[in-house]
Design a protein around this ligand. Structure first.
Ligand code: HPA
Length: 245
C-alpha cells in the first residue's frame, strides 16, 4: 500500500475514495492527523496531511517521528511526499513539478532520529542517496503516463522556517548547490530511511525563492495560493498513476 503525505495545498485528495479514518497513537506521540485509508484509481492508498487537516501545524512543529512511525505501523510499502517549495534555479518557475534527488539539511532542533534512546545501540543509516531510486523512477514514470512534465533531479534545501529566507540566505543556498528550498523535507526523509521505508518527494514550486522574482514586491502570498491550486490538479493526476503502478 502506497502512502501519500500531503503538504501545503494538498490537505486532502479529492479523488481518493475514502474507506476509513484511523487515529493512531505512537511511542512518539500523535501524528499530524488521522490516517485516511482509501482507494485511489483502483489501488489502496493511505493519506496523511503533514500540517494537519486544518493546516495548523508549522513545519518545525510537525511530529515527523510520529507521522512516519504511524505509516510504518499501517504497513505501507512506500511513501510519496508532496511538498511545496521555493524555486532557486532559474528554470524552476512557480508551478514547476520536481522529483528531487538530493538534500541539504539546514534544520535544527527537530527530533531527527529514532536511534537515540538509552537502550538502543547507535545506528548510522546510509543516506548517500536520500531518496529511493526505484520509487523516484515510479513517480517519474507516472508523470510521463499522466502527460505531466516533471523535472528529474534537483537538490532540496531544508530550512527551519516558518519564516521564508532572506535574499542572502538564498544566495548561500545556491552557492551550496541547492535548486529548491522547503521546510519539511527533513527529518522526514531520514526517518523514512531509518524505518526502511522507500521514500520519494514530488515538489511543487510555489514561488521564486526570496530575491529571485522579477517582481519588486517580494513574495506574493495570494499568487502562491493560485499557483498551488492549479499545480495540485496536476499533482493529483500524477499520484493517480503512481498508485496504479
Ligand atoms: N522557502 C521555503 N519554503 C518554501 C518556500 C520558500 O520560498 N516556498 C514554499 N515553501
Amino acid at each position: 500500500m502506497l502512502a501519500i503525505i500531503g503538504g501545503s495545498g494538498l490537505t486532502q485528495l479529492s479523488t481518493l475514495e475514502i474507506s476509513r479514518r484511523e487515529v493512531v497513537r505512537t511511542p512518539y506521540g500523535e501524528p499530524s492527523g488521522a490516517l485516511t485509508f482509501g482507494v485511489l484509481n483502483g489501488a489502496p492508498v493511505v493519506f496523511l496531511a503533514r500540517h494537519g487537516y486544518g493546516h495548523t501545524i508549522p513545519p518545525h512543529q510537525v511530529n515527523y517521528c510520529a507521522n512516519l512511525w504511524a505509516l510504518k505501523q499501517a504497513k505501507v510499502s512506500a511513501i510519496v511526499s508532496v511538498a511545496s517549495v521555493g524555486g532557486i534555479r532559474a528554470d524552476f518557475a512557480p508551478g514547476t513539478l520536481v522529483v528531487p534527488d538530493q538534500i541539504i539539511d539546514y534544520t535544527w532542533g527537530r527530533k531527527s532520529t529514532y536511534f537515540e534512546d538509552a537502550d538502543k545501540p547507535v545506528h548510522h543509516i546510509d543516506f548517500t542517496e536520500p531518496y529511493d531510486a526505484k520509487l523516484r523512477q515510479r513517480v517519474l514514470a507516472a508523470a510521463a503516463a499522466a502527460g505531466e512534465h516533471v523535472f528529474d533531479g534537483g537538490v532540496y534545501a531544508a530550512t527551519q522556517g516558518p519564516r521564508l529566507e532572506t535574499a542572502a540566505e538564498i544566495n548561500r543556498l545556491e552557492r551550496d548547490g541547492a535548486d529548491l528550498v522547503g521546510m519539511t523535507g527533513m527529518p522526514e526523509a531520514a526517518l523514512a530511511r531509518e524505518l526502511d521505508l522507500p521514500y520519494a518527494a514530488l515538489n511543487v514550486v510555489a514561488n521564486y525563492a526570496a530575491g529571485r522574482s522579477a517582481s519588486e514586491h517580494g513574495i506574493q502570498f495570494d499568487s502562491i495560493e493560485l499557483v498551488l491550486q492549479e499545480a495540485m490538479i496536476r499533482v493529483r493526476r500524477v499520484l493517480e498513476h503512481v498508485s496504479k503502478a
